[in-house]
Design a protein around this ligand. Structure first.
Ligand code: DGY
Length: 320
């Protein structure tokens, strides 16, 4: 029997996934979960056939060109792949796979948590309780923002955007969306399509960002686009921090034009813009979209499925 393919796994993965990797591959695991950095990953990749990376690994063009020739596939433990230079990978003949589908529900659940938390004052409410600054119940103050019947704009109506829409319908929200392509009527399920992003923003009492980070969407939410949103709108981001221009969002939050934000993803994680930490109308979470044991297991198994298909000579299900 020939030797199993050698796989470098850059981060610690769920136990069941690591067991499977060790059983089916010659796996080099990262037991301490230390952040290796591009240079170290290239060194450790010597003699490896594939890499199993995560969104914390910068797989840009320089990294890809530094990889040993033995590496033939990069499987990422994430649906997002903005950390991988796909063009550079393809030019080198490297296969790249991601883990769609399995984190859709967990991420959409979290988007709803952010939406409700931002609207109803989860941050200032929790602060009042924790800091014992809760005076007494009052008919007039403090107050949050209603969700029922409001318009939810979804930027990017892929799997996660559609799952957010399904949940928001349960709160009687009216769904609007922008997507590169209009969905078929059955998938649209009554949602209003806006071909132009500006038109979507103009009707978005709430905006849920669910598109991928690409050169085209970097800082798509900026001073001009935020200005198109209704006064007192709320911005939710479970996609990627880079889609938002922090300076513009913070200014809009300070001015009250944007009443609140619910953010799970940030530019420069975990060293986020410190102003977010101080704003009581910003409900921040530390990139928890897919963070449940069930989902993380499923992501790992999906990445391993892709590696197995590839080394068995089949096209991996999630080939990008
Ligand atoms: C992804 O999969 O892209 C997430 O951001 C990590 O959960």
């Amino acid at each position: 029997m020939s030797n199993p393919p050698r796989i470098l796994v850059t981060r610690k993965l769920p136990a069941a996934v690591e067991r499977r990797l060790s059983r089916d591959f010659d796996a080099k695991l990262n037991e301490t979960d230390s952040l290796l950095g591009s240079e170290r990953i290239s060194e450790l990749a010597a003699g490896c056939d594939g890499l199993l990376v995560s969104p914390t690994d910068d797989c840009g063009a320089d990294f890809i060109s530094s990889l040993p020739d033995s590496v033939r596939i990069i499987a990422t433990f994430s649906v997002g792949y903005d950390h991988i230079d796909l063009e550079a990978a393809r030019a080198r003949g490297l296969a790249v796979t991601n883990t769609p589908d399995v984190l859709t529900d967990a991420t959409a659940d979290l988007a709803m948590l952010l939406l409700l938390g931002a609207a109803r004052g989860a941050v200032w409410g929790l602060d009042m309780v924790r800091e014992r600054s809760w005076p007494v119940w009052s008919p007039t103050t403090p107050l949050g923002i209603d969700v029922t019947g409001r318009r939810l704009g979804i930027l990017g109506m892929g799997r996660i955007g559609q799952a957010v829409a399904r949940r928001a319908r349960g709160f009687d929200m009216q769904i609007h969306y922008h997507n590169r392509k209009r969905l078929p009527a059955a998938e649209e399920a009554g949602a209003f399509f806006h071909e132009d992003i500006a038109d979507l923003l103009a009707v978005s009492d709430f905006l849920s960002i669910n598109c991928a980070l690409t050169p085209q969407t970097r800082h798509l939410i900026n001073r001009e686009t935020l200005a198109r949103m209704p006064q007192g709108a709320i911005v939710i981001n479970t996609a990627r921090g880079g889609i938002v221009d922090d300076e513009a969002l913070i200014k809009a939050l300070e001015s009250g034009h944007i009443a609140a934000a619910g953010l799970d993803v940030f530019n420069n994680e975990p060293d986020i813009d410190p102003r977010y930490r101080k704003m009581d109308n910003v409900f921040c979470l530390p990139h928890l979209g897919s963070a449940t044991p069930h989902t993380r297991d499923a992501m790992g198994h999906r990445a391993v499925d892709n590696l197995q298909s590839f080394f068995a000579g089949r096209t991996p299900g999630d080939l990008l």
